[in-house]
Design a protein around this ligand. Structure first.
Ligand code: PMP
Length: 452
């Protein structure tokens, strides 16, 4: 039985104690500071991680998204990375793999004619915002409430929809946040109103095509189209932040291919680095060429286009192109979401399931917008009459109504002690990899049944 209450995590606990005295909160990124303490990972194994005390978990965190293929990189990926390592990690001069990965991405992603590689999603979105401002000569940017674009000055904001924002972190000058306007996702009228009033001040709308950092809120039919039309009509740029969805949702064409909307710019990271640090800004050639050295928007990095990251990314994407990676993760995702829907009907009818392709999450509220008009554009379920549609959240407000503390008890102890590693809070999405099996899904469903 997978049920192992009171797993021993003594080594993790000791490591956490040591970490607490030398790093803030014992972690190098705040989401990892789970309560009561994080387990420390010893190693990955396919769809599993093994902690410092030898406990094994089915892993749905998958590094928060980069590990499309799971923890065991397939042989072609491993040998390409090892061969690059043997030749030295990086040079500060161009390499062939940068051209190869750029060609691969431009071939597959509809909006990307040219690309600049950087080292993280945060770097990608902050450079994209600077590029949009430089290209349009405007300062205001628009982001969605409940989206996340990394730890950067322009987007760590909060405030009333349609108004100048305030910083959501100490250390950000209020003057920076004032240049950012927030909107509720999926509210086409709010977007129209804002553009009617101030369209000519807006450099860009920066949005995730699916709010993957807000459990997983899909766009309603027509919403992304509205953003596309409004930005085009007012000379603003539309930027899709596909750091999470890129090469995960919609296969090699990314979410923009799935939804049939071509933005002006796209930010990428996670999967395109195959587990190594990476980011990228892609888009229309005339915009991307505004980056230095061809243009006057300064952008640079010692590690940018890092040969190890780009080799891992290129070989991962080639592997996904040649194998049934996207079919596999989509079919396991459908199986898992359908199973969860059944369990919830029976055990927790007030909760709902969201996600599409390889992403999924149980939201601990069912107070969704039952009167929402139109159709869910994500097609989360294979069934066109998705039974979850009427409960599907449409924006951050809907997800915010969730019972987040209860959710955390599901995470730990209820699921963790049954050997299932979920993301640590209600708002982070979860990921199925190519390494997961139907058996993993069945075991996970059993654990949810027990936990719920
Ligand atoms: N944008 C999105 C949509 C993300 O999901 C993330 C990270 N989860 C980021 C940007 C930031 O990326 P990074 O953590 O690599 O800086």
């Amino acid at each position: 039985s997978p049920n192992r209450p009171n797993m021993n995590r003594e080594r993790s606990r000791n490591l956490y104690d040591r970490a607490l005295s030398v790093t803030p909160g014992g972690v190098n990124s705040p989401v990892r500071a789970v309560r009561p303490y994080p387990f420390f990972v010893e190693r990955g194994d396919g769809a599993h991680v093994i902690d410092a005390d030898g406990n094994k978990y089915i892993d749905y965190v998958m590094g928060y998204g980069p590990l499309l293929l799971g923890h065991d990189l397939p042989q072609p990926v491993q040998s390409a990375v090892q061969s690059q390592l043997a030749d030295g990690p990086m040079y500060g001069a161009p390499t062939e793999v940068e051209v190869e990965l750029a060609e691969f991405v431009t071939r597959h992603v509809p909006s990307v004619e040219m690309i600049r590689f950087v080292n993280s999603g945060t770097e990608a979105t902050s450079s994209a915002v600077r590029l949009a401002r430089g290209y349009t000569g405007r300062d205001k940017i628009v982001v969605m409430q409940g989206s996340y674009h990394g730890a950067q000055e322009s987007t760590l904001v909060q405030g009333t929809a349609g108004m100048a924002s305030e910083p959501s972190s100490n250390g950000i000058p209020p003057a920076f946040a004032e240049e950012t306007i927030t909107l509720p996702f999926n509210d086409a009228d709010a977007a129209r109103e804002l553009f009617e009033e101030r369209g000519d001040e807006i450099a860009c709308v920066l949005t995730e095509p699916i709010l993957g950092n807000c459990a997983s809120v899909p766009p309603v039919d027509g919403y992304l189209e509205t953003l596309r039309e409004l930005t085009e009509d007012h000379g603003s740029l539309l930027i899709f932040d596909e750091v999470m969805t890129g090469f995960r949702i919609g296969g090699l064409q990314c979410a923009q291919g799935k939804f049939g909307i071509t933005p002006d710019l796209t930010t990428l990271a996670k999967v395109i680095g195959g587990g190594f640090p990476v980011g990228a800004i892609g888009g229309r050639a005339d915009i991307i060429e505004q980056f230095a050295p061809t243009g006057d928007v300064f952008q640079a990095g010692t590690y940018s286009g890092h040969p190890l990251s780009l080799t891992a990314g290129l070989e991962t994407l080639r592997y996904a192109a040649k194998n049934d990676v996207y079919d596999h993760v989509r079919s396991l995702g459908d199986q898992l979401r359908a199973g969860l829907t059944d369990i919830l009907e029976d055990r927790a009818p007030e909760y709902t399931v969201v996600g599409t392709d390889s992403m999924f999450k149980v939201i601990f509220t069912r107070d969704g917008p039952r009167d929402l008009e139109g159709q869910c554009a994500a097609g989360c379920s294979q069934d066109p009459d998705c039974p979850r549609f009427e409960y599907c959240p449409k924006d951050k407000g809907d997800v915010n109504r969730a019972e987040t503390e209860r959710w955390e008890r599901l995470f730990w102890p209820a699921m963790l002690d049954q050997g299932v590693f979920l993301t640590a809070n209600q708002f982070e999405s979860q990921f199925i990899s190519y390494a997961h099996t139907e058996e993993d899904i069945e075991q996970t469903l059993e654990a949810y049944k027990d936990a719920l």
